[in-house]
Structure formats: structure tokens, C-alpha cells
Design a protein. Structure first.
Length: 460
């Protein structure tokens, strides 16, 4: 499809890796080539080195705060099939990965629903300093009732309330990061003056959800703000991302829906007075690399045969936060008004309507489902990625492995050289920080004020 272009004429494709701090997916851990060291440091440091050598900008570790109870009101299916559990605390995991590398950015999921802004602002600022500006935060509002039940609530608050809290949470954390000027520390040994009080501001925030006096006890992070990642697919989530996110993680069942999503979030960013190029959209891509399409499809079929139907239903119920056993499993999926992960739900609806699947059949498919399937030779996969980039569907991709570490190793060994041949992926770091490698500007102190107010004046 592609001839070798002048690399200077091509937009650079950003690569991120999606990696569980636990078993990889519902069936990925069963793959014959899957490693079993997810409780060891060596497992994560090895993957980090593979990713850095392949020119990845970012390794991203998701999280949830509960063992799922979404199927039948019991955690038995989740434990039996490894659905959403176990999950290690992602922050120590990404710290290990960063310590094993020099340029790889790392990000962890932290929920605004069950943390306080001071804790998160302090922790992320500390991490960004220790890593020399390579830290990122995936902002979530939580999506399971099981998470709420670990923090004194019976159910998650409704979506509007969760996003209102998240909005205020981001305002406060940004104020805390900005409470120290970049030149606040003098450290003059001769005079004995360590810092300039005039360059440190109180926060004195009193809002609907939080009261924070400040200032932060950590100087301003090297990146200004750690890189903010967001994955909301609902209108509220998209608008929140358009104001706050540097990276939007999404998933789509078709190029057409990806193009529409990309245009929408970029337009929302512009409406909020932001440069749309300062928001990077990274759709999920699960690659299965073969010598040709037939070989890759055979590998994929081998993978799908590993799924048990209940494991698939458990995974689907976990993501939509709805007990599917209350419905006729041999009937169509009913319309669900509020779901946990809206992006996944929309993909399921799109696919199920097209294929005329029952709930049981959806579960069987979903158990082996890999987001953004790209199946074929290295050249085929590079063709698809290039098409998405050129069609205005992506600024890069969040690579998801069917099994680890082997699938990441195959992508690095076969697809990355083809992408580099086309001038699409960097051969060395673009800068010292994650922001620089993603082509993102360092936020000016006080920039949070420009992001805090929705353009329409409406709350999400």
C-alpha cells in the first residue's frame, strides 16, 4: 500500500501499551506462550524494556478497586475465570517499569471517586520528579458498584454526579500543582534561604465536594502537570476529556465510528479554547501478527477457542456493570440506560445488531474479543494503522496484547520495523519528558483556569 516516504513529511504515530497489573484479559493468561509472572517485578521490567526499545511513548496500567460481582451478584465467576481480578496497585508497578528504562513514559489509573485531590496531586508530583518528567495519570470516575461497596456506598453515584466531582477534583489538583512557581526554590547555601514564600500560593479551595487549603508539599512537577489520560465515551466523558485530557484512549468497531469520535473530541477541545493538536487520540489496537493473513487468522482462532462462555459473560457484565443473568440469555441484548464503560457498550451494541447475536452469543464473542483487531502480516497491520492515521481517526494507537509478554515482543520485532521504514514511528526519544515525546506543550502555571469552565456553561 505504501512506498517509503521522506520521514520528515509524515506525521509521527504515537505508540502506547495497555498492560494489566495482573492476568492479561479473561483468556490471555491461558495462551501457551503467556508468562505467569504477573506477581513479580521481572515480568513488568522486561515488558518495559521491550516497549522502550520499540519506541513506545507510554506504558499504561489500568485499575479497578474491587473484585467484580457483576454476574449473578457473586465474585465466583470473576475469580474462576480471572475476569478483572486480581489487580495489583498500578503505581508501584509503573514505578518499577520506569526505573528499568530511561525514556518510557508510564501512567496509572487513579479514581476521582475514592481518593482526595491532595493525595493524588502529591503522589503524582512526587512520581513526576523522581522519573524526570515521565509520569501520567489516567483519570477515571470508577464504573462498578462493587467499587462503591468497598468505600461505604451501595451503588456508584449517577454519571452526572461522578463527572461533577471529577471536574472539581481536576481543578483542585491542578491548583495544587501550580501552588509552587517553577523558580520558588532558591537553595542558597550562603544566605541560608531555601525558598521564596512569595512564589508559593495557598489554594484555599472550598467547593461542593472538596475543601483544600494548600499549598502542595511538593514543588511544581517537571511537566507542569503530569500527562492526563481520559477514556470517557459518553457526552460527559468527551467534554471532560476535551477540557482536561492530553491523551484520549478509546475503542471502536469501525473506521467510520473512529473518524466521527476523533472529529468530535477535537472540535470540543477547540470549543474550549484549546489547540486540538494538544489532545492526542489513541484508539485501542490488538494486533495478531502472522507471516500472512491466513497464518494470523489461524493464530486468532486458536486464541478464541480458549474462551469459556461464562468467562465471556463475566467479562461483559464486569464492563457494563449490569447483571446479565436477569435477562433471557438466548434473546437480544436489551437497551441499557446507564452502563459502566460506555465505549465498550456502544461497540457491543454495534456488533450485536450487525451480527444478530443473543446475549449468550455476545458473551461468547466478548470473552475472546480484542479491541481494535488488526490481524495479518506486519505489512497488513502497518497498512491499517497508516489508513487510520491518514483518515483522521487516530494520532497513534494504544496497543493491547492478547497475551504477554509474547504479543508485545512480536509487535516490536515485526510491526515496528515496518512502521519505522515508513517514517511513522520514532527511532529515538523526541525529548526528555513524556510530554515532549507526545508532542505536548508544558502547561503554563495557572492554565487550569482556562480549562475549568465548560464552554457552554453547563456541568457534565
Amino acid at each position: 500500500m505504501s512506498t517509503t516516504p521522506d520521514p520528515a513529511d509524515r506525521p509521527r504515530m504515537h505508540l502506547a501499551a495497555f498492560l494489566n497489573a495482573g492476568p492479561q484479559g479473561t483468556v490471555g493468561w491461558r495462551h501457551p506462550d503467556a508468562g505467569d509472572g504477573f506477581l513479580t517485578a521481572a515480568h513488568y521490567t522486561h515488558i518495559a524494556r521491550v516497549l522502550e526499545d520499540a519506541g513506545f511513548d507510554l506504558a499504561f496500567v489500568p485499575d479497578s478497586l474491587a473484585v467484580p460481582r457483576s454476574l449473578g451478584g457473586s465474585f465466583d465467576p470473576a475469580v474462576t475465570w480471572g475476569t478483572g481480578t486480581p489487580r495489583l496497585d498500578p503505581v508501584p508497578v509503573i514505578t518499577l517499569m520506569a526505573a528499568a528504562t530511561r525514556h518510557l513514559g508510564v501512567a496509572a489509573t487513579i479514581s476521582t471517586g475514592y481518593q482526595e485531590p491532595f493525595h493524588v496531586a502529591r503522589g503524582m508530583a512526587t512520581l513526576d520528579h523522581l522519573l524526570g518528567g515521565r509520569a501520567g495519570w489516567n483519570v477515571v470516575t470508577s464504573f462498578q458498584d462493587a467499587e462503591a461497596q468497598n468505600f461505604g456506598q451501595e451503588r456508584l453515584p449517577e454519571r452526572r454526579e461522578r463527572y461533577a466531582r471529577a471536574e472539581e477534583f481536576l481543578q483542585v489538583t491542578a491548583q495544587l500543582w501550580d501552588s509552587w512557581a517553577d523558580d520558588a526554590i532558591v537553595a542558597d547555601k550562603e544566605s541560608g534561604v531555601f525558598g521564596r514564600p512569595a512564589a508559593v500560593d495557598p489554594v484555599d479551595h472550598r467547593g461542593e465536594h472538596f475543601a483544600v487549603r494548600g499549598p502542595l508539599s511538593v514543588p511544581r512537577p517537571p511537566q507542569g502537570y503530569p500527562v492526563i489520560i481520559q477514556a470517557g465515551a459518553s457526552p460527559a466523558g468527551r467534554d471532560f476529556a476535551a477540557r482536561w485530557a492530553d491523551v484520549v484512549f478509546c475503542s471502536h468497531e469501525s473506521l467510520e465510528s473512529a473518524v466521527a469520535f476523533y472529529a468530535d473530541v477535537k472540535a470540543r477541545a477547540a470549543a474550549h479554547g484549546r489547540d486540538p493538536d494538544q489532545l492526542k487520540v489513541l484508539p485501542a489496537a490488538t494486533t495478531v501478527v502472522g507471516t500472512d493473513v491466513r497464518d494470523a487468522l489461524a493464530k486468532h482462532e486458536e486464541f478464541t477457542r480458549l474462551v469459556h462462555p461464562e468467562a465471556g459473560l463475566s467479562r461483559l457484565a464486569y464492563h457494563v456493570n449490569v447483571d446479565l443473568t436477569q435477562y433471557d440469555l438466548d434473546g437480544p441484548l436489551p437497551s441499557l440506560e446507564e452502563v459502566g464503560v460506555e465505549g465498550h457498550y456502544r461497540e457491543v451494541v454495534e456488533f450485536a445488531e450487525r451480527e444478530k447475536l443473543s446475549v449468550r452469543e455476545i458473551g461468547r464473542w466478548y470473552g475472546a474479543r480484542t479491541e481494535g483487531d488488526m490481524i495479518g502480516s506486519a505489512s497488513d497491520i502497518a497498512d491499517t494503522m497508516e489508513l487510520w492515521l491518514d483518515s483522521g481517526a487516530a494520532d497513534g494507537f494504544m496497543i493491547q496484547a492478547t497475551h504477554v509478554p509474547a504479543a508485545f515482543e512480536e509487535f516490536a520485532a515485526h510491526v515496528v520495523p515496518e512502521l519505522r521504514r515508513r517514517g511513522l514511528v520514532r527511532t529515538g526519544p523526541a525529548g526528555a519528558t513524556l510530554r515532549e515525546n507526545l508532542g505536548l506543550a508544558r502547561p503554563e502555571r495557572g492554565e487550569w483556569r482556562n480549562r475549568a469552565a465548560p464552554a457552554t456553561g453547563e456541568r457534565p
